[in-house]
Design a protein around this ligand. Structure first.
Ligand code: ATP
Ligand code: MG
Length: 427
């Protein structure tokens, strides 16, 4: 490719700026003056570029050119809009582009990204316009079957629900469910995910509608024969798509994950950030104490149920108010101890501790003290932790049996819950 190419970045109807790709493989994110000029009414693209309530710091972040360019890959905010694993490989192969060349992936999928961001050649100045399909091997194959983007490692599809049926043939509409096929590597994974999510719902965590689908309810999915035959699929309602969706423009609700908040790449989802940092962000710039209480519930839940995958891309913010986010509903809760016998730890450090069996009420108390909560509120949070632990112990088995999780996996979850220190402390 020889010429400069560019995509217009919109958040809903508002133009945020441009993503421009240069022949040396650099991609640069430039922010529009008019967007900066909106001041405190500006819809927030990312907390990495905004300090709600502090316009001077926000403007400085929007004007700061660091972190707004990358080579081959896209700048981190945009990298995080793309899939990581097999789904990325599949999309890149169908487009005939190298899977690291993220600008080209974003150009192809820009009309259906997570949240309310769109990337389009649309109103881009003529000399910067990305010409779809105009340049040899980098051409976008209009016939490519997958036109949506979703983050994460596992294979998944954004599908439209029509009564009992789910389809990829959506015309100009957007998918409103994420559908995950069963896996050859992890037996009954859709059932374990559905069971874990239902347990979370039962203990008071905010969870979108999640369900198991018989494969015959799914239309127009490529490679149907590749999945274990007859096994249930998992589906979850998308919280970034509203109930009322008119055409391709409407129906998007903005979201971002915590890799975007901290301006990190998907590959940095473990290790760079700890739960204190997420908690501080919620307190200062998102839903405050109510978010923190929900986070406390989710942490206690993850320890008890043995979910070792609560990394920064499995926590998101949702912007139902465009100028201030709150913690998004929970997703990707999986009792990973059903599959692992060693290395059983939560994904990020929690007051310096990671191993499930080393996390105690004391760990939670340290976490709440470190983020500077008033003593009375610390007590409140500790009570929430205790109650959640007790509720998980009472609720999990029903959910796992109802979801049809195989016995050997149920026994592994049971052994984990019985053995865990936090569970014994909250008898
Ligand atoms: N119900 C939902 N509504 C909107 N967005 C969602 C929902 N569930 C998941 N997502 C988004 O899709 C991404 C991928 O989903 P999910 O985390 O379930 O996939 P995964 O491939 O299992 O992830 P991982 O790489 O953590 O194993 C999430 O990081 C989140 O941004
Ligand atoms: Mg995930």
């Amino acid at each position: 490719m020889s010429s400069v190419q560019s995509l217009e970045i919109r958040l809903g109807e508002v133009r945020v700026g441009y993503l421009t790709h240069y022949p040396d493989e650099k991609t640069i994110f430039s922010v529009d003056e008019a967007y900066i000029g909106m001041g405190s009414t500006r819809p927030v693209l990312s907390l990495s570029l905004s300090r709600p309530g502090d316009e001077a710091s926000t403007e400085a972040l929007l004007r700061d050119e660091r972190h707004k360019f990358a080579s081959v890959k896209a700048p981190p905010f945009f990298s995080n809009l793309l899939p990581e694993g097999g789904l990325r490989t599949r999309i890149a192969q169908s487009l005939k582009v190298h899977e690291e060349r993220e600008f080209l992936l974003l150009a192809a999928l820009g009309a259906d990204l997570p949240g309310a961001v769109t990337l389009n050649p649309g109103d881009t100045p003529e000399h910067l316009r990305f010409r779809r399909g105009a340049s040899g091997a980098a051409a976008v194959d209009e016939a490519a079957p997958l036109k949506f983007s979703l983050g994460g490692m596992q294979m998944k599809f954004s599908m439209l629900r029509q009564g009992e049926r789910y389809t990829l043939n959506m015309g100009t509409q957007l998918g409103n469910y994420i559908v995950k096929p069963p896996s050859r590597d992890f037996a009954a994974l859709p059932r374990v995910e559905a069971a874990t999510m239902e347990t979370a719902r039962a203990v008071g965590i905010e969870v979108p509608e999640a369900l198991l689908l018989p494969p015959e309810h799914i239309d127009a999915l490529p490679d149907m024969g590749a999945y274990p035959q007859g096994e249930a699929f998992y589906a979850i309602r998308r919280f970034d798509r509203s109930e009322h969706m008119e055409g391709s423009k409407g129906g998007r609700i903005h979201t971002e994950d915590f890799a975007q908040v901290f301006n990190l790449r998907p590959s940095q989802k473990y290790g760079r950030v700890n739960y204190e940092m997420i908690a501080q962000t919620l307190l200062r710039y998102a839903g405050g104490l109510s978010d923190l209480k929900e986070m406390a519930r989710r942490l206690a839940f993850n320890v008890l149920i043995g979910n070792g995958d609560a990394h920064i891309k499995n926590w998101s913010l949702i912007y139902d108010t465009p100028t201030r986010p709150r913690l998004a509903p929970a997703y990707d809760l999986v009792s990973t101890v059903a599959y692992t016998t060693h290395d059983t730890s939560i994904a990020l450090n929690m007051a310096g501790v990671k191993r499930f069996d080393a996390i105690t009420l004391d760990t939670f108390a340290t976490l709440f003290a470190r983020i500077g909560l008033h003593e009375r509120i610390q007590k409140d949070m500790m009570e929430e932790v205790r109650v959640t632990v007790q509720r998980v112990k009472g609720a999990w088995e029903n959910s796992f049996v109802a979801a049809g999780v195989p016995d050997d996996l149920i026994r592994k979850v049971e052994a984990h819950i019985r053995g865990i220190a936090l569970g014994r402390e909250c008898a």
